[in-house]
Ligand binder design. Structure first.
Ligand code: SAH
Length: 257
């Protein structure tokens, strides 16, 4: 047997590492008091498979690891009084400074932030990654938001107990837009919001169920007719359920002509 100068599988493993390094997965960095919540739901299904494939990578930082103050505390009561606790700026600053070199916009999940939507998911997917700060208790000290120039992003007009679930929702919708994560490009193109409209209704087997039939046009095999029907459905659903989206859609289309 020919003698090899170094172990071949070691070489192959090194090659794989180099290959992966070149690909640079989209980098999600999450600063949280509960790192055990991650990847959580993101470790399953679409985002979980993408994580395994190395299309994105996840780094969690435990806020407690950065509590270098005398009492190793991460939070303190609010100045001026009031209920609850506030996350300390010095501790969060340490955490953010420790990952200065990691790519992406610095986002603090916060109910008063810019409302998260598909457009923002697209923006973030085009970046090399994102750094997410998950608040807890009453939130975080204002000064660290300002000094670290964090963007505030809200999931909607409701209050969660922490930013972690918001971070997972933001990551899930962003990750599915990364190249190679969803099988077919069509899957992406036809989804709700991609063209500013809500999606048309779906039907599958059985053809007749509890006396309800699948719309005849979908069984016709006539793809042009099906496309027209779907577009009409999308338009009327958007018009009736989300007049705000409908108006924006019409304005955009009018501007085109
Ligand atoms: N006292 C705050 C709420 C704090 S809730 C207020 O009234 O505005 C604790 C943490 O949960 C916040 O720091 C934030 O990180 C997260 N959070 C709560 N609601 C959220 C929402 N709608 N979107 C994103 N993050 C949210």
């Amino acid at each position: 047997m020919k003698k090899m100068d170094s172990c071949y599988w070691e070489k192959m493993a090194n090659e794989r590492v180099k290959y992966k390094a070149k690909q640079k997965p989209w980098q999600a960095s999450v600063i949280t008091l509960f790192p055990a919540m991650f990847p959580g739901a993101l470790g399953m299904s679409v985002s979980g498979r993408a994580l395994e494939k190395g299309l994105w990578s996840l780094k969690t930082l435990d806020i407690r690891d950065f509590a270098n103050n005398k009492h190793r505390s991460v939070d303190s009561p609010p100045f001026g009084g009031g209920a609850g606790m506030v996350l300390r700026p010095d501790v969060l600053d340490e955490a953010l400074s420790s990952i200065k070199r990691l790519p992406g916009r610095r986002v603090y999940l916060s109910p008063r932030g810019r409302r998260f939507d598909q457009a923002l998911a697209k923006e973030l997917a085009l970046e090399p990654g994102v750094v997410l700060v998950c608040g807890r208790y009453e939130g975080v000290d204002q000064r660290v938001i300002e000094s670290q120039e964090m963007e505030e992003v809200s999931l909607g007009d409701f209050v969660l107990s922490g930013g972690d679930i918001a971070a997972q929702a933001l990551l899930d919708s962003t990750i599915r837009l990364l190249p190679g994560v969803l099988g077919s490009k069509e899957g992406l193109k036809e989804e709700s919001f991609q063209d500013g409209l809500l999606e048309y209704p779906h039907y599958t087997q059985p053809r007749k169920w509890k006396g309800r039939m699948v719309p005849e046009v979908l069984l016709s095999g006539n793809h042009a007719r099906i496309a027209v029907w779907r577009k009409e459905q999308s338009e009327s659903i958007t018009k009736n359920c989300r007049p705000d989206l409908w108006e924006a859609y019409q304005n955009r289309n009018n501007a085109k002509f």
